[in-house]
Ligand binder design. Structure first.
Ligand code: E4P
Length: 217
């Protein structure tokens, strides 16, 4: 599974990128707001740093305006994926922008039918929002599984980008079910390395090592 980082914080992306953990980045208007940076400037910086797709989201709500914004965002760098919302206008914009050779990430997906429409409109990525479904007591993982089945049934090559990943269980479940990509905040990716038995085992090894009086260097 590919890892995208869901942030517009350049330092945090850089740290994970050095470890080879970054296959792409997703941003959205809220993340741009949190970064306090100019969208064009920060997206350009991220796109130059990362090898894979960097999603930048349109904010218009009508198709023609979304297309214009998408075309502008796509000029930032070759690896920009234009992010459009899963509305009827967003699907129209997806069709046009993908037809022009742009990567398109269709976001705010909450149903398998929406995902089916996005694939038919030529989406490169579909972003089902796991955490936000969990927030209202619906099963985000069931949605990922349904989309996986539907895409495999008909051979759609739209990649399932599990989004709104809030914890390590979301990450593991999305991988197990077969999401092509997950996008997670940096802290969730860090937490994936943590296990209490790892800490306990390391403490025991270090305490026994101390007793040997030896040194490796
Ligand atoms: C994905 O592209 C979105 O930016 C993100 O995953 C939304 O996550 P949230 O629901 O935690 O805000």
């Amino acid at each position: 599974m590919k890892f995208f980082v869901d942030t517009a914080e350049v330092d945090q992306i850089a740290e994970l990128n050095e470890l080879g953990m970054v296959d792409g980045v997703t941003t959205n208007p809220s993340l741009i707001m949190k970064s306090g940076r100019d969208i064009l400037e920060v997206t350009k910086e991220i796109a130059a740093m990362v090898d894979g797709p960097v999603s930048a989201e349109v904010v218009a709500i009508e198709a023609d305006a979304m297309i214009e914004e998408g075309r502008k965002l796509a000029t930032i760098a070759d690896n920009i994926a234009v992010k459009v919302p899963l509305t009827w206008d967003g699907l129209k914009a997806c069709k046009v922008l993908s037809g022009e050779g742009n990567m398109v990430n269709v976001t705010l997906c909450f149903s398998a039918n929406q995902a089916l429409l996005a694939a038919k409109a030529g989406a490169t990525f579909i972003s089902p929002f796991i955490g936000r479904l969990d927030d209202i007591n619906l099963d985000g993982m069931e949605l990922i599984a349904d989309i996986r089945t539907i895409y495999d049934n008909f051979g759609f090559d739209t990649q399932i980008l599990a989004a709104s990943i809030r914890n390590v269980n979301h990450a593991c479940d999305a991988a197990r079910i077969g999401a092509d990509v997950m996008t997670a905040p940096p802290d969730v990716i860090h937490k994936m390395a943590a296990h209490p038995l790892t800490d306990k085992g390391l403490d025991a090894f270090l305490s026994d090592w101390e007793k040997t009086g030896q040194k490796i260097l």
